[in-house]
Design a protein around this ligand. Structure first.
Ligand code: G6P
Length: 367
């Protein structure tokens, strides 16, 4: 087993560090720099549907939320995202002009599989964003976009998440180019951003950054609760950050869209509440910083994820985690790495078994 962990203490840590190569496998062979297009080898006609339904569970669901943002922005198609256990029982409005995209690391999660069957029953075209080759879902889907992240053993998903979000970037580019909503220049810019991702994630995993995240994690490890905030394409980053922390450290954590904080979670803020805010470069950054000030005004402890070089906003935070600058559309993939490590080091500081967290299974094949 020690050999399988490749020198790392846990599978989870190994998989966090495998992200640059997982992303290379998801992305690179599919980007065509000379034409500015993506080659996805998907048989579906990208112009044949009017709406998209993304269906998944757990971390894959949050990757789907990132996908919703990317597809709506770049391809201007209405997208809705459902947790599979809800979708399958809510008589969804599906027809032949719907593309149902199921997202799953294992390809075996029973709720997602049943939701896929439900969508097919109403005539939807179906596409999978899947890691496990030949899994049950892939046998029932019209087509599969494999993420090629390699086997994921740690129960808390890490590299599958970033690869799934990257696969959605590819899908959004493919749809946007085919449907004429993306100019050649925008396409080229995003292709470049995609190509940079493995390097940026490698940079996000530099020893200095990892050491700093560990220090911050240990400082707050004995907190009872945690709040995670983010906006726009990074609202799902906050949700995934909170999920990761509760899964492996058992600290109660909530993820919220930052602008929604005033409608409830603000009541929780006091000097004992660490609030992680994703405040990287964005057209919404000023608004995020005003949310940070609201937390500060109530004595909350702010842990801010800031883009490298943003010394100005550091004054608003108790602790800063700097992350590499990236194109906003791909930033969830870079930013989440710091949150994975924050959870990891919190859990290990508390002596938890991160690879086998209590009550959780890698793949849930019973309802
Ligand atoms: C379980 C795992 C999660 C995972 C979810 C969906 O709950 O513990 O890490 O995100 O299932 O799994 P899937 O294989 O469908 O992506």
């Amino acid at each position: 087993e020690a050999a399988e962990k490749g020198g790392y203490d846990t599978y989870m840590l190994k998989e966090i560090f495998e992200q640059p190569s997982a992303l290379t496998n998801t992305l690179i062979g599919r980007l065509n720099d000379s034409t500015g297009e993506v080659n996805l080898d998907i048989d579906l006609d990208p112009k044949s549907f009017k709406r998209i339904s993304i269906i998944a569970c757990g971390t894959a669901y949050y990757a789907g939320l990132v996908g919703e943002y990317m597809i709506e922005q770049l391809a201007r198609i209405p997208v809705e995202v459902d947790v599979a256990s809800e979708y399958r029982y809510r008589s969804p409005l599906v027809s032949e002009d719907t593309l149902a995209i199921v997202v799953s690391q294992s390809g075996e999660t029973i709720d997602t599989l049943e939701a896929l069957r439900e969508a097919k029953k109403y005539g939807a075209k179906t596409l999978g964003v899947i890691n496990a080759k030949g899994s049950s879902m892939t046998r029932e889907l019209d087509d599969t976009l494999y993420i090629h992240a390699g086997p994921e053993i740690g129960v808390a998903s890490t590299k599958a998440y970033t690869s799934m979000a990257s696969a959605f970037l590819l899908l959004a580019l493919w749809l946007g180019r085919a449907r004429g909503t993306l100019s050649e220049q925008q396409g080229a810019e995003l292709l470049h951003a995609a190509r940079e991702l493995p390097r940026l994630v490698e940079e996000a995993l530099s020893p200095e950054r990892v050491a700093r995240i560990k220090e911050v994690a240990e400082k707050y490890a004995h907190s009872r609760d945690y709040l995670f905030l983010g906006r726009g394409v990074n609202a799902p980053t906050a949700l995934e950050g909170a999920l990761k922390l509760k899964e492996i450290s058992y600290i109660h954590a909530e993820g919220y869209a930052a602008g929604e904080m005033k409608h409830g979670p603000i009541a929780l803020i006091d000097a004992n509440l660490p609030v992680v805010v994703v405040a990287t470069e964005s057209f919404l950054l000023e608004k995020t910083i005003s949310n940070v000030q609201e937390v500060r005004a109530r004595s909350g402890k702010v842990i801010a994820l800031l883009s490298d070089g943003d010394t100005e906003n550091a004054q608003h935070a108790d602790d800063v985690l700097y992350v590499p600058r990236s194109h906003e559309m791909v930033s969830p993939i870079v930013n989440v790495v710091a949150l994975q490590l924050l959870s990891y080091f919190t859990a290990t500081a508390l002596g938890k078994d991160v690879d086998k967290p209590r009550n959780l299974a890698k793949s849930v094949t019973v309802e």
